[in-house]
Design a protein around this ligand. Structure first.
Ligand code: SF4
Length: 324
């Protein structure tokens, strides 16, 4: 008997489960870079290194980095004088590096370059004399960071088409729009359409700012969801791109569950399920995908199939201070 099967259960007794695994899934180039920045900073400065906010929205990743010597805090006043601090992949308002400079802290910026690109676009919109309409989710750290790139009163957040209809601006006003990087591709297209309908002269990016990793993971879910009876998305509830993967599947008619670790899975969820889909948000490591597959294999005879919708080759450079 195979030691990995529970007592008295033979592999041949298990019901078959066809598992369609989305590709791409899991870590994106921005998350890889952010984690490497923390690891290299610990080597360079020695532990502890402070990180403002979860470096990426994944408890497993955060716990691993804590073990290596990272201390996670929410605000700079929790960082002792003289200690190095890293800003998370989501980006920070301009006031944060300014405060770090005032205090003479050594800081490193792990903001994803694709988020930084939106920050620069925001500055350009303001330089061009436009008021910015920013499409994003209120309270998400990336949104707080982007709103904090420009003077107060020069940017307005919209989350829905209704918010667009409620905007106080006229067609005479100079307006530009930008978006959070981890939104639903479909919802955002609708909001942009509403904006362009209401303000035909609004200035915006040629392609919206949703990042390659977010769009690719959503496209991969769209490819497998119609073929499965249930989809598991490995990710955290505060991970925007993971939550969007759940939505993409459920809106297409396939139930989906967000799963942080294999231990959360109730085998009863798979009663009557013959084909299961599996993906992971951009901040979820492949180890957790494997953990889930191994757990599924303890009570079902799993056949794995990877469904590749696109290949990703994106790599981002490290900050100068840490490059070899
Ligand atoms: Fe960058 Fe997109 Fe990854 Fe966020 S999800 S870190 S924006 S590549």
């Amino acid at each position: 008997m195979n030691a990995s099967f529970p007592d008295a259960v033979q592999a041949t007794d298990l019901l078959p489960l066809r598992l369609l695994i989305a590709a791409p899934r899991g870590f994106c180039a921005g998350v890889d870079r952010a984690i490497e920045i923390v690891e290299r900073a610990i080597l360079k400065f020695g532990a502890p290194v402070y990180v403002r906010h979860e470096i990426v929205h994944n408890r497993y990743v955060v716990d691993q980095l804590k073990e290596k010597g990272a201390i996670f805090v929410e605000e700079l006043d929790e960082v002792p004088d003289g200690a190095p601090v890293i800003f998370s992949a989501h980006g920070v308002p301009k006031s944060i590096p300014a405060i770090a400079d005032e205090r003479g802290l050594d800081w490193l910026d792990a903001t994803c370059p694709l988020v930084s690109k939106v920050h620069r676009q925001a500055e350009r919109q303001i330089d061009a004399g436009r008021h910015i309409i920013f499409i994003g989710h209120k309270g998400h750290p990336e949104v707080i960071g982007t709103l904090g790139q420009v003077p107060e009163g020069t940017i307005t957040l919209v989350e829905t088409v209704q918010d667009v209809l409620d905007l106080p601006f006229t067609t005479e006003d100079a307006l530009g729009f930008l978006t959070q990087t981890t939104l639903s591709v479909d919802d955002t297209a609708e909001i942009v359409r509403a904006l362009r309908n209401r303000y035909p002269h609004i200035n915006g990016p040629k392609a919206e700012d949703i990042c390659y990793a977010t769009s690719n993971r959503q496209a991969a879910v769209k490819a497998i969801a119609p073929q499965v009876e249930l989809l598991f998305v490995i990710g955290a509830p505060n991970s925007s791109n993971s939550m969007r993967l759940v939505e993409v599947s459920t809106r297409g008619g396939t139930p989906a569950r967000l799963v942080q670790r294999a231990s959360e899975i109730d085998p009863a969820w798979l009663d009557g399920v013959n084909t299961l889909g599996l993906t992971a948000g951009a901040s979820a490591p492949e180890t957790l995908v494997r953990e889930v597959i191994d757990f599924l294999s303890t009570f079902r005879a799993v056949t794995e199939e990877t469904v590749v919708t696109t290949e990703e080759k994106m790599i981002f450079k490290l900050p100068r201070q840490l490059a070899d």
